[in-house]
Design a protein around this ligand. Structure first.
Ligand code: PHE
Length: 486
C-alpha cells in the first residue's frame, strides 16, 4: 500500500520541536503547575508529576506523533488511514474525532485564562494593580471578571490572534510564530529566574519545589499529577498528533519526544523557581489556588525593586506561552476542514472561529452575567475544564494506547518509532500495561469509585496487573515458540 504523501511539512528540523514545545508550554506550566504544586505540598507532588511524564506522557506522545506521521493528516484522517492500512475497524476514527473536539473545547475556556494574562500585562503598566494587599488585588481580579466587556474583549483578542496565525498556514503562520516566540519565552523565563534568585527567597522557593516529604504522597495528589501530565503535554487533544503529521520521514520520533517533554518540564520547574521565591520573599502563601499568579504575584512585584518591569515581563511571557498553546488547539480542526472538505485554511479558520467565539462567549459570561447558571453545580467554564481534563483526555489517551499497543500490527508502530529492540519493548510494555492501568485509575477516581486515597487500596491491584504483564510478556513468547517448534 502506498503511503499518503504529506501536504504540509515543517520547514526546518526545529519546526516540530518548537511548535510542539509551544503547544506544551502554556498556562499549564506557568499558571496551573505552580498552584497545584502549592496545593499538594511541593516536592512530593513534583516527583509524582515527573514520574507520570516519564511513564505515561512520553509513551503516549510517541504514539501520537507516530500515528500522525504514519497517517499524515488531521486526527480523524490520520487514524483512519493507519487503521485502513491495518485492515482494522474504521470506528477507531472516533478517537481522533474526540481528541479534536477536546482540543477545541479546551480552547473555548483557555482563551479566557489567556485573556487574563494579556490583560494583566497591560494592567501592570497602567497602574490598576497598585493595590496594597492580596485582598485588594483579589478585588481587582473580581472586578475585571465582573465586567463582561473587559473580560470578553481580552478573550476575543486572544481568539482572533490565534485564528489569524492558524489561518496563515503551518509554515507561514505557526512555524513562523513559534520561531521567535519560543526563544523569546525562554529568554524571559531565564531573566525572571535570575531576578527571583537575586531579590526573592530563592532558597525557600527551591526547598519548596524539591524537598521531598513522603507523607505528601497521596492518591489524590498522584491522580492530579497524572491528569496534569496529559494537559501539560497537550496529549489526546489532537494538537500533537496533527503537528506530528507534518514531521518529515527521517526525523527521530523518540528523540524529538524527549526534547519536547524535557523542555516542557524544564519550563514548569523554572516557572516554579521564578514564582515561589517571590511569593515567599513577601510572606505569602504558596497554596493560594488559581489566583496565585494573578493576586499574589502582582503585589509581590510591587514590593520589589524594578517590580513593574519584571511584572510586565512575567505576564508578557505568560501571554506568549498561552498563545502558542492556543494555536495548537485549533490546528486539528482547521486541518480537518481543509483536508476533508477542501475548504481553504482561511475559511476553515473563520468558520471554526465563529463557533469558537459563540461557545467561548458562554465561558466568558460564566464570570458575570451567567455566573448564576450552574447546571449540575458548576458554571459553563468549569464544565469545559472538567469534561476535557477529567474525561476526554484520559479517555482519548487510553484508546490511543490500546490502538497502538493491541489493535495495530506490530510493524506499523515499529517502523515509525524505529527504535532498537529494547527501546521498542519498553515502549510496548508502557502502552500495553502501564498506561492503561494508570489511566483507568484516573477514571475510576473521576467516577468517584476510588476513595480519597486510592493508592492505599489500589496499588496492590495495579502492582498485580503489572506483575501479570511482566509474566505475560516474558512467558507468552516462550509458550508460543515452544508450541510452534513442536
Ligand atoms: N499544554 C498546554 C498547557 O500546558 C495546554 C494544551 C492542552 C495545549 C491541550 C494544547 C492541547 O497550557
Amino acid at each position: 500500500m502506498t503511503r499518503e504523501k504529506p501536504k504540509n511539512l515543517w520547514l526546518s528540523r526545529w519546526g516540530f520541536i518548537l511548535a510542539a514545545t509551544g503547544s506544551a508550554v502554556g498556562l499549564g506550566n506557568i499558571w496551573k503547575f505552580p498552584y497545584i504544586t502549592g496545593e499538594y505540598g511541593g516536592g512530593a507532588f513534583v516527583l509524582m508529576y515527573l514520574a507520570c511524564i516519564l511513564a505515561i506522557g512520553i509513551p503516549v506522545m510517541m504514539t501520537e506523533i507516530a500515528l500522525g506521521r504514519r497517517g499524515r493528516g488531521s486526527p480523524i484522517d490520520a487514524i483512519g488511514r493507519v487503521v485502513k492500512e491495518n485492515n482494522g475497524n474504521p470506528l477507531w476514527k472516533a478517537v481522533g474525532g474526540m481528541a479534536m473536539l477536546a482540543g477545541f473545547m479546551i480552547l473555548c475556556f483557555y482563551v479566557v485564562v489567556a485573556g487574563w494574562a494579556f490583560a494583566y500585562t497591560w494592567k501592570m503598566l497602567d497602574g490598576s494593580l497598585a493595590a496594597t494587599s492580596v485582598d485588594a488585588l483579589g478585588q481587582v481580579f473580581g472586578e475585571h471578571n465582573a465586567n463582561p466587556w473587559q473580560l470578553g474583549g481580552w478573550s476575543v483578542l486572544v481568539a482572533l490572534l490565534t485564528l489569524w496565525i492558524v489561518a496563515k498556514g503551518v509554515q507561514q503562520g505557526i512555524e513562523r510564530a513559534v520561531r521567535w516566540m519560543m526563544p523569546g519565552l525562554a529568554l524571559m523565563l531565564l531573566v525572571l529566574v535570575g531576578y527571583a534568585f537575586t531579590s526573592g527567597s530563592f532558597g525557600a522557593g527551591f526547598d519548596f519545589l524539591f524537598s521531598f516529604d513522603a507523607s505528601k504522597i497521596t492518591g489524590e495528589a498522584l491522580l492530579a499529577a497524572l491528569g496534569h501530565a496529559f494537559f501539560t503535554l497537550s496529549l489526546a487533544s489532537g494538537a500533537i498528533l496533527t503537528y506530528g503529521s507534518y514531521i518529515p520521514d527521517g526525523q527521530s520520533i523518540t528523540r524529538t519526544t524527549f526534547m519536547v517533554a524535557f523542555a516542557d518540564t524544564a519550563v514548569a520547574l523554572l516557572a516554579g523557581l521564578a514564582i515561589f521565591p517571590i511569593i515567599f520573599a513577601n510572606g505569602m502563601s504558596p497554596s493560594a489556588g488559581p489566583g496565585l499568579i494573578f493576586m499574589s504575584l502582582p503585589l509581590a512585584f510591587q514590593q520589589m525593586p524594578f517590580g513593574t518591569l519584571f511584572g510586565v515581563l512575567f505576564f508578557a511571557m505568560v501571554s506568549i506561552a498561552a498563545l502558542t498553546s492556543a494555536i495548537s488547539m485549533i490546528e486539528a480542526t482547521v486541518a480537518y476542514l481543509n483536508e476533508k472538505h477542501g475548504i481553504s485554511r482561511l475559511k476553515a479558520a473563520m468558520g471554526a472561529g465563529a463557533v469558537l467565539l459563540i461557545i467561548s462567549l458562554l465561558a466568558m459570561l460564566s464570570f458575570n452575567l451567567l455566573a448564576g447558571w450552574t447546571p449540575g453545580g458548576q458554571n459553563f467554564f468549569d464544565w469545559l475544564d472538567y469534561l476535557t481534563s477529567r474525561w476526554m483526555m484520559p479517555l482519548g489517551g487510553i484508546f490511543l494506547v490500546l490502538l497502538a499497543g493491541y489493535a495495530l500490527r506490530g510493524e506499523i508502530m515499529r517502523d515509525e518509532l524505529n527504535l532498537p529492540p529494547l527501546g521498542y519493548a519498553l515502549w510496548l510494555f508502557m502502552v500495553r500495561y502501564v498506561c492503561p492501568v494508570l489511566i483507568t485509575m484516573v477514571f475510576l477516581h473521576a467516577l468517584g469509585w476510588l476513595g480519597f486515597d486510592p493508592i492505599a487500596k489500589w496499588y496492590w491491584i495495579a502492582g498485580a496487573i503489572g506483575a501479570l504483564a511482566v509474566l505475560g510478556e516474558v512467558l507468552r513468547p516462550r509458550v508460543v515458540s515452544a508450541l510452534v517448534d513442536r
